[in-house]
Every structure is written in structure tokens, then in C-alpha cells.
Design a binder for this molecule. Structure first.
Ligand code: ZN
Length: 418
């Protein structure tokens, strides 16, 4: 059983009642989020493949999801959050084979690191945190249902006893519904993000693997008429999201490298099941280092646990992330840490002075509601810390109670200023 992490204590503010405005990749617009079920927002966060946890690119994605969670709470909604662990996937098996270790051991150790990092960063834990291997029975029933609905077709595999099964995207015409990408744009990223455009026998170039026949060194489960094997990537999230939140649900979020194929094709699986998927598709930007997007293959990863182990206050990492709009692509550098550390010192001394600053608090909430505009929030906080947020009535500081700005920064941005 996968262990989630312990959420930070949450100090609620009285709900604003104003909606969160959020960017939707599908429409390209920022618009108010209206939950399908009044009063409750349902959020699905695509989780890690546990072989390289947790670099700053991950931190950026899960920080954005956490801000979304906090912003939705601040509007007065209940928030149901589900997150998966892709512990049955090619890159994990490749890594385990390369390093000569058991894939389950690798996954367990990386999930442990990830959950420690999430707790250190004060990310609110999802109510459902589920690995693919835990959800396998349910995933098999979804794969079988797609097969029964005529969406699955076999492709012979030279290195396996039975065929692999693919989803026939041509049946529903849902390809590109989320990304809006042209075929050329799809082709540019499909192969590097787990797709197999060259595979012979596929009906459509972008048809995704639904069920992979059993191969040596990989786990396998019995899926009846589809034979022994394991699920493909996209169907895993469709199933875990559907089980935890129901289909359709409100928001799916993840890094922008998931727009295509993962989120496009997850939605296409749901269409194949005769269901809707997310209402809003939201994506965080990519973090670069040394001129390239952080990635395992390039070896330019900066890990959260290393920074924390070296004594860095995790709140400094949150402030670095806040300095960039979550949808922006940006480059990590050491100088970012210095600026954020300076901010944390200034904010903590201002918080220690206490006081009552309702206009500052309202400005912070308004920034968060406007597509999680953390750079605007930091400007407000900089002004408050330097005493320039002068429009607020100043009351006698009360050393026993935290200033209301500190409480708001905790509730809205997950930053502990005590
Ligand atoms: Zn996913």
C-alpha cells in the first residue's frame, strides 16, 4: 500500500465566495472554474513515474497543483484531489533493468523520496494517492470494456507470446481535442514522450498502447481475452481518475509536457468509454537548467531532497517557484535561491511585527484567484514587508497572535512565516 504524506495544518480563511479563474489549455483562455457538482471541485493531478523523484521540474508542477487546491478552498469549495503513481511504465522498467534492481524496490524508494519532499514543501496531500499496481484490477476492467466496445485491436509482437493491444483513435475522432496540436506538432513530441509512431501494424500513427503483452523482466497480469500483460500509460490515469473522482470531473493538471500525448490521449480513452474526462486541462511550465529542460536523460536535474539535505529551508524553494508564473518556462539558477532567501527573511521579520493588514490580504487572495498569479502576490508581499503597503490601518501588534498576513500566506501559498 502506498503511503501518502502528512498535510501541513491548514488555517482556513473565511471563504471569499469569488471563483478561481484558471487557464484552460483546450480553450486557450483564463476563465472561472465552475464545478460540475456545486460546492465540490474535483482535481486530478498526474503523478510521477517513480525513477527520478523529485527534481525542480516536478516541484514546479506539484506546487502549481497545490496553489490550485488552496485557491479552490479559498473560494469556499470542498476540494477532492486524486494523484497517481505511474509505477507500471517503460522508463521505470528500463531504469530498473539498467541498474539491475527490482522495479518495485526502485518505485518504493522513489515514492518515499517524493512524499518526503512533498511534506517538506508543505504540499497538501491528495485524498487519493494511488499507484497503478494497486489499481490493476480496475484498470483491467477498463481495458476489457474498451475491447468490448470495439476500440481495441491487436498488433503482433515479435518478442512476446501474444499480441499487444492498441486503442483505435479513428473510431471516435477525439485525437487533438485537448492539445489542438497539428499532426506535425504531435509528431515532433510523440516518440520522445513514450509514443511509438513507427510500430508496424498500427491503424493510426498516434494510436496508444492499451495493453502490452507479457515480456521478460516486466510484471504481468491476466486480462482474459487480451492475454497476460500490463496496461499502457494513458489508460492508467483514466481509470485512477474515474475511480477516485468519477467521470467527468473538473480539472486535470500536470506539466506542459503532458499536454500531448498524455492528456490528449487520456481524454480520448474516456471518449472511447462513452464518457467525458476533465472539464478544464491545466498545465505548468517546464524548468530548465544549464540551458536545457531538466530531464533525467540530460543529467541536469536539481533535486529537492539534495537542497533540503544541504540545509536549505524548503520555504525558500516555494518562494523561488512563486517568483515565476506557473505557466511560464524558466531557468533555475543559484541566484534564484539568494533572492528567495532574502524574501523569506524579510517576510518573517514583517510577520513577527504582526499587525492587521486587510488590504494586503485581499490583494494576495485576488492574485491567487487570477490564474495563480504568484509574481503579483510577491510584489504585494514585498511592499508589505518593506512597510510600503501603507494603506492598511495599523493596529497595535500583538506578539501572541500571528499577523493576518502570515496566516493568509500560510493558507494561500503554503509558506510558514513563523
Ligand atoms: Zn496522468
Amino acid at each position: 500500500m502506498v503511503r501518502s504524506w502528512t498535510s501541513p495544518s491548514l488555517s482556513p480563511l473565511p471563504a471569499s465566495g469569488l471563483p478561481l479563474r484558471l487557464h484552460d489549455t483546450r480553450t486557450g483562455r483564463v476563465a472561472p472554474v465552475t464545478p460540475l457538482t456545486p460546492g465540490t471541485a474535483r482535481l486530478y493531478v498526474c503523478g510521477i513515474t517513480p525513477y527520478d523523484a523529485t527534481h525542480l521540474g516536478h516541484a514546479n508542477t506539484y506546487h502549481a497543483a497545490d496553489l490550485m487546491h488552496r485557491a479552490l478552498r479559498d473560494t469556499g469549495l470542498e476540494v477532492e484531489v486524486a494523484q497517481n503513481i505511474t509505477d507500471v511504465d517503460d522508463p521505470l522498467f528500463e531504469r530498473a533493468r539498467r541498474d539491475g534492481i527490482d522495479w518495485e524496490e526502485l518505485a518504493t524508494s522513489q515514492v518515499e523520496l517524493f512524499t518526503e519532499d512533498m511534506a517538506a514543501l508543505r504540499i497538501i496531500a491528495p485524498q487519493t494517492y494511488r499507484s497503478v499496481s494497486e489499481a490493476i484490477d480496475s484498470i483491467i476492467s477498463v481495458v476489457q470494456k474498451l475491447h468490448q466496445r470495439g476500440r481495441a485491436y491487436p498488433v503482433q509482437a515479435a518478442d512476446a507470446a501474444g499480441p499487444d493491444w492498441y486503442l483505435d483513435l479513428g473510431m471516435d475522432g477525439a485525437l487533438g481535442d485537448v492539445s489542438g496540436y497539428s499532426e506535425q506538432q504531435m509528431m515532433e513530441v510523440f516518440a520522445e514522450r513514450g509514443g511509438d509512431p513507427e510500430r508496424e501494424g498500427k491503424r493510426g500513427v498516434f494510436d496508444p498502447l492499451l495493453w502490452s503483452a507479457e515480456r521478460e523482466g516486466e510484471p504481468a497480469w491476466d486480462a482474459g481475452a487480451l492475454g497476460r500483460g500490463r496496461p499502457g500509460w494513458h489508460v492508467e490515469c483514466v481509470c485512477i481518475a474515474g475511480d477516485a473522482l468519477g467521470l467527468p470531473f473538473d480539472i486535470q493538471t500536470g506539466g506542459s509536457d503532458l499536454i500531448f500525448p498524455h492528456h490528449d490521449l487520456s481524454a480520448a480513452h474516456a471518449v472511447g468509454l462513452g464518457r467525458g474526462f476533465a472539464t478544464v486541462y491545466n498545465h505548468a511550465g517546464m524548468v530548465a537548467h544549464e540551458g536545457e529542460k531538466m530531464s533525467k536523460s540530460l543529467g541536469n536535474l536539481v533535486f529537492v531532497h539534495r537542497l533540503v539535505r544541504d540545509g536549505l529551508d524548503p520555504m525558500i524553494i516555494r518562494l523561488v517557484l512563486m517568483a515565476h508564473h506557473y505557466r511560464a518556462d524558466w531557468e533555475w539558477s543559484e541566484a534564484e535561491l539568494d533572492r528567495a532567501a532574502e524574501r523569506l527573511r524579510a517576510y518573517r521579520s514583517a510577520a513577527a511585527r504582526g499587525g492587521h493588514h486587510p488590504a494586503t490580504v485581499e490583494a494576495l487572495r485576488a492574485a491567487l484567484r487570477q490564474d495563480l498569479d504568484t509574481p503579483a502576490a510577491l510584489e504585494t508581499l514585498d511592499a508589505w514587508a518593506s512597510g510600503r503597503g501603507g494603506q492598511d490601518p495599523v493596529r497595535t501588534p500583538d506578539a501572541a497572535a500571528p499577523g493576518d498576513v502570515a496566516a493568509a500566506v500560510d493558507a494561500l501559498f503554503g509558506i510558514d512565516l513563523s
